[in-house]
Design a protein around this ligand. Structure first.
Ligand code: DX5
Ligand code: ZN
Length: 233
């Protein structure tokens, strides 16, 4: 899917629940993706961890390339890796539709964001809980999406950090309605409405979906809670 199509599709589908595939059954990825597509998941969030930028390992471009043969659904790749410049082409070639890199991983993301866009892929910038919004300011014009981490990156199943709320609100005000604002970590029934009210439109959820077993019911419930939240920003 080309960049403008995937961005348009996500904007139109908001609020978008993006299942974090970190929590799925890795022995049955094809079936997991089918179940999620049947449950109306609009996009799959792929958490890439290198054991260096974050203290955990997940999967890389070879696995994503293989998943690509199993589904047409958009892939939202979240690169929690050091030196993303070195590996970027592998993720582009693997068929990611959105690629998000961390501001903490690069001194200046401008050229990387340009490379992603030149490949007709949507580009995002993520910021960790300890990183202020001000670090993103010089690069907001260059990205299609901003991703606010509401847990320390590396592991699913952590508690939501409320400091993410004012960051979401601030970023939504800064980027207007054209760009996507995503929130990642600890999103569930107890937290999603607050993030929706602050202006997020993509909600990454791992435990809240995969611990529920009935993916359709879990996603529907999250969509309802996000849709029902009155936007304050
Ligand atoms: C954390 C990842 C998240 C995480 C979400 O580093 O980026 O996508 O797996 O999982 P939950 O929803 O369980 O916090
Ligand atoms: Zn993620």
């Amino acid at each position: 899917m080309n960049r403008s199509s995937v961005l348009e599709r996500l904007r139109a589908a908001a609020p978008v629940i993006a299942p974090s595939m970190l929590k799925c059954d890795f022995g049955n990825m094809h079936r997991e993706m089918q179940l999620l597509a049947d449950a109306d998941a609009a996009v799959f969030h792929l958490d890439v961890m290198d054991g260096h930028f974050v203290p955990n390992l997940s999967y890389g471009p070879m696995v994503i390339n293989s998943l690509r043969t199993m589904t047409d659904h958009p892939f939202d790749a979240h690169l929690m890796i050091s030196n993303p410049d070195r590996f970027l082409d592998d993720y582009i070639d693997a068929g990611c539709d959105l690629i998000t890199i961390h501001i903490e991983a690069v001194p200046d993301p401008t050229s990387l964001l340009q490379r992603i866009k030149s490949a007709d892929v949507g580009c995002g910038l993520a910021l960790n809980p300890g990183t202020p919004v001000s670090k993103l300011l010089p690069y907001l014009d260059d990205c299609d999406l901003v991703l606010v981490m509401s847990v320390e990156p590396g592991f699913g199943g952590q508690s939501f950090i409320p400091d993410a709320i004012p960051k979401i609100a601030q970023l939504r005000q800064l980027v207007g309605s054209e760009k996507l604002v995503s929130v990642d970590g600890g999103i569930g029934e107890a937290t999603i409405a607050r993030t929706a009210a602050a202006g997020a439109d993509i909600f990454v959820a791992g435990s809240a979906i995969f611990d529920a077993h009935d993916y359709r019911a879990a996603i529907r419930q999250l969509v309802e809670l996000a849709s029902g939240a009155a936007r304050t920003v």
